[in-house]
Design a protein around this ligand. Sequence first.
Ligand SMILES: [Cu+2]
Length: 419
Amino acid sequence: MPSLDYSSAADVTKRLEERLVESLTGETSVSRRTVLGGLGVAGSAAVGLGSSRAAASSDHDDEDDHGNFGAVGEYRDLDFDPHEFLTAFNTGGSGQDNVPQQVYEEDGRTVREFEFTAVDTTIAIAPGVEFQAWAYNGQVPGPTIRAVEGDLIRVKFTNLGRHAHTIHPHLKNLNPRMDGIPQNGPGVLDTGESFTYEWIAQPAGTHFYHCHSLPLKEHIHRGLYGTIIVDPDPERVRENPREYVNYPGPITDDFREQLVEEAKSRNHEYAENDAVNEMVMVMNSFDTNFDGGNEVYAANTRAFGYGVGDTDGEGNWTAGETKRPIQINKNERQRVYLSNATEFDLINSFHTHSQFFDYYDHGTTLTPTLKNVDTIMQCQAQRGIIEIDYSDHQPGLYMFHAHQSEFAELGWMSFFEVV
Ligand SMILES: [Cu+2]
């Protein structure tokens, strides 16, 4: 019985994907190739190794097929795996440390140091469809930075792309020199230039970073963006609970402790965080013919990446399959750090089938800003936290997607597989 559902879901995904790829065939700026096999290579090595791979291929003799692209740091990310990206950030006391960083103390403050390199690269956005991207560490979206409220985030940034870039953080940043805009501090960084950005991780929440060079819309839609997660500090929450709620009434001791517990579940240095399955999704889009409108939509870059592919209906996906649902344990609380990097469209949205969820706009509060909804929308750069509980659902496939139906049919269509 489940296999019936699975195969029809797989058929629909396949038809939509074929239609999308077919619609792009005629686009002269899209370089089509038969990379279906190559796409399936699991990409554990792809995430976070941008700069070393960039350096290794800097004489890119075999990379001459990109026409006008000849960047110093050019390399390919065909093995980028949206499934690995989903959870590729530092999580939980269980020590999942998959974004390289150095952590040390300095002047009584925890410093988290990251290395970012901007490069020109080619990414696969659908089977056989490539997009000439500009990317932090060679991946779109860029690496997910995670820190605890009050930490110093230090990003050593080098631009190896052909265009001038910056990193602009959506944080409360007290130093204009660190704002990552052309007008302030080092301004834009030309090819080969470096700068070290330093930002205090504040406020707690889920945030956005992106390049702020002009023309802005091109620098963003080419792929220079990512997520910053700032975990709330439970001790600070205990002292200043009112900063974390949108609630005018009295804060009782019970309520205060409830907020502290919630903060622990959000803080990757506490064991309570291990009980939550956390995911990062960046809603993005691609204008493959550079006409100012998008042809492909996705969460985490690959159209239909979390759709249904080949399966035996028992949770076993065909090796090398490029698309598969996000498998979740129904007994675990699910948390999605969601942001919208879609260019050229005013808003994007997230809609769940057969399910309602709580939403924390910008993730800056510990109580939901929207309770029990099945659709939220975000304008560009808006972000938030979605918390979903599937514990009373039967196992199987549950769709989620943009509820702009056009976006869904052009790639932003996904499934949770509840097991
Ligand atoms: Cu840029």
